[in-house]
Design a protein around this ligand. Structure first.
Ligand code: ATP
Length: 786
């Protein structure tokens, strides 16, 4: 079954464009999905989802397995890939393979930076220019696109440079050119004397000069390269130009002064990313403290603020801070942010004139959270493991706070929100207590390998989306900031509209900044706080007990559920196992039957008796039966003839006869055995002889074959001799004819022939005779051998 997080679905409103003329309508537009009660606005926390496109490497490594499907602009479904824990759990019967989540608005992989900014940030930036505070934080696993969303790439800026563009677009031509009014503590402004102003200008110039080696250009939100004023002189020329702005009716209009800070929370320590100390690598970075002002608003003590006059200057400051950011390469992202970084812009609204009064301060923070991955995924060890632990811890506390805030919406279940358990949540606290609007951007990738982490992120966001934010009615005029002197004490010569009495009248002590209180006041404050602490602790204890009870109940329910599930699974397992065993038993039975059949067939073959043997045996049996009958008859007759004698010793006689017979049988058996042995011996001898004879016969056969071949050869020779004889006869005839024609004998060949011829007939005859004799002898011999 799919899970649908169908809690309060928020309609996305599109705010008006941020030109000064349209700004008056912004507040109303923003309120459209909000409820207003006692001047306070409550609205669900806006949670936007951005899905990163696949990188080439991810596509090549089969990361694309259709895990994320955007159903519509507010609904997304996640399907577990086959190797994920979610899928394995699902196969075990725990959890589902498909989850659905709703968001304020979903931005798919094709969304451009401009589209994303328009769809998420415009109203927030707009209200910021109107005096409303704002917080934007990105949440997601490492490599999901959080930094890309906030800062963007050099060619295509993210929401931060785009917001700055809007802010500077709004205050263009109305910038207060001096640096003598500077943000102080949580919401106040410090008036600097000329020496301090000079110092301020020098530190800004020095900060900018640290980037000199890296080049003189930075990038705006739209990717255009802008040349920055790098030297002190140039920026001073800018700030020294002073105008009094007048509206159409000749009335003076407000002026604005923009200041920025950039810090990170790394391993639960706060570090100023714009601190000049950072340029020296050997020096240990000084960690900053988080304090509360008298209104309970947390701020970073001694944080450096820099006055900026353009987006370019702000981008340059971002660039400097980025250089100092604790980056470390993790397995999943080569340029992974290992810290939570917070870039803040404070806008001071000032009255017109050369020596203006402060009308209000608004603040907008953009927080790039570190990746929410777990240690095992990133294979973290050593320092990285410690970082991961701290990152996970602060995100866990953020999750706890969000869950507690959600629970707190139910008046019956008001719970303690552990904001103070981590630096990050301490700084976020004011935004969840009415200080301003907060909005969350959830970044995910679509990779199959990080599916389980992504699902965790989505579940976190589903809870966050249910948090309803209560926002105090606030604009620049709502709460005038105090102006303090260089010693930090409140000074009187401020806004003409607001008297010092007004500022201090209600409860002077409460208004006082703790850092400038007298020792007595501090002691009194401490006592008060102690009392508060005791009460808070008591409340906390009660709450804890409640929570424990609820958790106990929830756990009991879960145990019952688990018990049921396991019983069911056990039954199923039992059934299937029984079935399997039965099948196996049948198999064995069948195998045994087959085996028995085969055995029987084998036995049958061994015991096979031919029909003739059987017939002979039958005849023997019949003969034996007949003999027995005859013997029985004979025995009966004998009994009769014995008459009375039989009464005394027939049994003894029978026993004796029986014994004799048995002896006979034994001796017969012995004889039979002997005969059998002799027969066996004879058979063995005979077979040996037979074997020998066979061998002999073989030899003889070979000899006969040899003789036959010899006879054939002799016949051939005889034929050739006969042929030669014929030839010789012919030669003789020829020679005799030659003798008649040539009477004169010649020497050499002819004389030799004549000599030969004269002696030849005798010799030839002898030869003939000899040959005939030899042929006849041979023939006789052959025939004899044959
Ligand atoms: N919408 C997008 N379009 C194109 N590329 C993107 C997008 N989002 C992120 N990327 C790219 O994905 C990579 C990771 O993004 P990024 O560094 O912003 O992740 P991250 O969530 O901030 O990671 P970490 O928490 O580790 O810092 C970068 O190379 C970035 O350029």
């Amino acid at each position: 079954m799919d899970i649908v997080d169908d809690s309060s679905i928020v309609t996305t409103e599109v705010s008006s464009l941020l030109d000064p003329a349209s700004c008056s309508a912004v507040g109303d537009t923003f309120m459209s999905d909000s409820a207003v009660l006692n001047g306070q606005t409550s609205q669900p926390l806006k949670v936007y989802l951005r899905i990163r496109p696949f990188s080439k490497a991810e596509l090549a490594s089969n990361e694309s397995q259709d895990c994320v499907t955007v159903e519509n602009s507010e609904l997304v479904s996640l399907s577990a890939p086959k190797d994920s824990s979610a899928m394995k759990n699902c196969e075990r019967g725990i959890g589902q393979s498909v989850h659905k989540f709703t968001f304020t608005k979903i931005f798919g992989p094709d969304t451009t930076q401009a589209e994303f900014f328009d769809g998420t940030m415009k109203d927030l930036v707009n209200s910021f220019t109107q005096g409303q505070n704002g917080l934007v934080f990105t949440y997601g696993v490492t490599n999901a696109g959080k930094t890309f969303t906030i800062q963007g790439s050099p060619k295509d800026g993210g929401i931060l440079p785009r917001s700055l563009d809007v802010v500077f677009g709004y205050i263009r031509g109305r910038q207060y050119p001096k640096m003598n009014l500077k943000p102080y503590l949580g919401n106040d402004v410090m008036k600097l004397d000329p020496a301090q102003v000079k110092q301020e200008e020098a530190s800004k110039a020095s900060l900018f000069s640290s980037l000199k080696e890296d080049g003189m250009k930075t990038v705006s939100s739209t990717g255009n390269l802008r040349t920055l004023p790098l030297s002190n002189e140039v920026s001073l020329v800018q700030v020294k130009t002073f105008f009094i702005f007048l509206d159409a009716d000749g009335e003076s209009v407000n002026q604005f002064s923009a200041w920025v800070s950039f810090f990170e929370i790394y391993n639960e320590y706060v570090y100023d990313l714009l601190d000049q100390f950072l340029s020296s690598k050997n020096q240990k970075r000084p960690a900053l403290k988080i304090c509360d002002d008298q209104a309970g608003i947390s701020y970073v003590k001694d944080l450096k603020w820099f006055n900026i006059t353009s987006t370019e200057e702000a981008c340059k400051i971002l660039q400097i801070g980025n250089k100092n950011r604790s980056l470390a390469s993790t397995k999943m992202n080569q340029q992974s942010s290992r810290s939570h970084s917070i870039f803040t812009i404070r806008l001071l609204k000032l009255s017109s004139g050369d020596d203006p009064s402060v009308l209000g301060v608004s603040e907008m923070s953009l927080c790039d959270l570190a990746g929410s991955e777990r240690c095992n995924k990133t294979q973290t060890v050593g320092d990285r493991l410690k970082e991961a632990g701290n990152i996970n811890n602060s995100l866990l506390i953020l999750g706890k706070c969000i869950a507690a805030l959600k629970q707190g919406q139910n008046p019956k279940k008001a719970s303690y929100v552990p904001f103070r358990e981590s630096k990050l949540t301490r700084l976020f606290q004011p935004f969840f207590s009415g200080k301003g609007k907060a909005c969350m951007i959830v970044n995910i990738n679509q990779c199959a390998s990080t599916y389980d982490e992504t699902l965790h992120v989505m579940k976190f966001s589903a809870v966050a989306k249910q948090v309803v934010q209560v926002i105090q009615p606030r604009n620049f005029d709502f709460m005038a900031p105090r102006i303090v002197g260089k010693d930090g004490k409140v000074i009187t010569e401020i806004d003409a509209d607001v008297s010092i009495e007004d500022l201090l009248s209600d409860d002077e002590e409460d208004e006082m900044d703790m850092t400038v209180m007298s020792p007595e006041d501090l002691l009194r404050k401490i006592e008060e706080l102690k009392e508060k602490l005791v009460t808070e602790r008591q409340n906390k204890l009660i709450l804890e007990m409640q929570i424990r009870k609820e958790m106990g109940e929830a756990m009991y329910q879960q145990m019952v559920h688990l018990d049921e599930t396991w019983s069911k699974r056990f039954e199923e397992f039992k059934e299937t196992t029984e079935e399997q065993l039965e099948n196996r038993l049948e198999m064995y039975k069948k195998a045994i039957r087959n085996h028995a059949y085969r055995q029987a067939m084998d036995d049958l073959e061994e015991d096979y008796v031919s029909y003739e043997e059987f017939q002979a045996e039958q005849e023997k049996v019949m003969e034996r039966d007949q003999k027995i009958e005859e013997l029985e008859i004979a025995l009966g007759m004998k009994k009769q003839s014995n008459g009375d004698d039989a009464s005394t010793g027939p049994l003894e006689a029978l026993t004796q006869r029986n014994q004799e017979k048995e002896k006979t049988i034994v001796s017969l058996k012995l004889q039979l055995q002997n005969i059998k042995d002799v027969t066996d011996l004879n058979i063995r001898r005979l077979s040996e002889e037979n074997e020998m004879l066979k061998q002999h016969l073989k030899v003889k056969e070979q000899e006969v074959r040899g003789l036959q071949s010899l006879a054939e050869r002799a016949i051939q020779l005889e034929a050739s001799v006969t042929e030669l004889q014929t030839q010789l006869d012919e030669s003789r005839k020829l020679v005799s004819s030659v003798d008649v024609c040539e009477p004169k004998p010649k020497k050499g060949l002819f004389s030799n022939i004549r000599n030969t011829m004269t002696g030849t007939p005798k010799k030839t005859k002898v030869i003939e005779k000899t040959e005939e004799t030899t042929g006849l002898t041979r023939k006789k011999h052959l025939l004899a051998r044959k």
